[in-house]
Design a protein around this ligand. Structure first.
Ligand SMILES: [Fe+2]
Ligand SMILES: [Fe+2]
Length: 317
């Protein structure tokens, strides 16, 4: 199903599915600032505002864990009440994923309206042919990650039948190494067991969080995309033996699923001033041209096409 009414100017049509990938909101009860300094609610609000203004209407917002910093019920309630109206307006469903800072009992009862449960919180969603699996990689009482034998058996059964448009696996702990050495202590354990289950399956991408910086890699031949946190981020330019958490650099990720590709685009959460660009009127003029005219107008280095539209006359890249 094509989601966007979009003018096709290149070789790709509209994506079959568009997902917003958000991670690590770390809300505290009573809207207490995280580490006494971070406005977790304000940063998420800014991220959602940018997502909504993009007009892209994602089918789902996947939020890959560490929803509440201390598992406090009021933090989950506040997160729901902040996220749900935005999701409703965009027509998106919310796909929650457990993180090591979360607690299964309030997670299951407050976010799903179920009896409080201490069991792994694994769920499967079907978005018009795209399957999303929310896999609970948490270990009660600890911050490192683990997927139990029972969960792996369950995952294997789910993946035994491919989905029409393939599967995205969402879990908190990414099966990737990190340049931030201390994060290795908190990584997903025994990753080779998960790799065995995923090999040969229809999993097209793995969405994760936990690291608090955006990163990408591959696992068992499958692309892995880690969304940075919306609360605070880890500065990967810190000394290798240090852990530098900073109130800046937050981002979310747009995931576009095409028939033969899954594309992850990082969206910085920022109020930085715009210095160049143009609006939709320019796109409409380009769309009205022939492909040759369009190339001459927008690709030719000597073209002055956008000069009329850009304050100060600087050429869009
Ligand atoms: Fe986190
Ligand atoms: Fe985490």
């Amino acid at each position: 199903m094509a989601l966007d009414h979009r003018i096709q100017l290149g070789q790709y049509g509209a994506p079959l599915h568009r997902i917003a990938h958000v991670s690590d909101t770390h809300f505290l009860g009573g809207r207490r600032p995280l580490y006494g300094a971070v406005d977790t609610d304000g940063h998420l609000a800014r991220a959602l505002e940018q997502l909504e203004r993009s007009g892209r209407r994602p089918e789902a917002i996947v939020i890959t864990g560490d929803l509440a910093d201390l598992g406090e019920p009021e933090a989950y309630e506040r997160l729901r009440s902040q996220l749900e109206p935005v999701a409703d307006r965009m027509g998106s469903r919310i796909i929650w994923v457990m993180g090591n800072h979360d607690e299964r009992e309030p997670y299951s009862s407050i976010l799903f309206g179920e009896e409080p449960s201490a069991d792994p919180q694994d769920r499967v969603y079907d978005l018009d042919g795209l399957r999303i699996i929310s896999l609970d990689s948490t270990v009660p009482g600890y911050h490192h990650g683990e997927v139990t034998d029972q969960q792996l058996d369950w995952l294997q059964e789910v993946l035994a039948f491919p989905a029409a448009h393939g599967t995205l696996l969402a879990l908190h702990h990414p099966p990737l190494p990190s340049p931030v050495e201390t994060m290795a202590i908190l990584e997903l354990q025994e990753q080779e067991r998960l790799a065995e289950v995923l090999e040969g399956s229809d999993v097209r991408a793995i969405l994760a969080g936990h690291l608090h910086y955006a990163t990408h890699g591959t696992f068992a031949g499958i692309p892995v995309s880690v969304a940075a946190a919306t609360c605070y981020t880890i500065d990967t330019s810190g000394p290798p033996d240090a852990l530098l958490g900073v109130d800046g650099g937050q981002s979310i990720t747009l995931v576009d699923v095409y028939p033969h590709a899954v594309v992850h685009s990082v969206v910085p959460v920022t109020s930085a001033p715009q210095v160049t660009g143009f609006d939709g009127a320019v796109l409409e003029r380009l769309a009205a041209m022939t492909p040759h005219e369009r190339r001459e107008a927008f690709s030719h280095k000597a073209s002055t096409f956008t000069l009329l539209d850009v304050e100060g006359g600087s050429r869009e890249s």
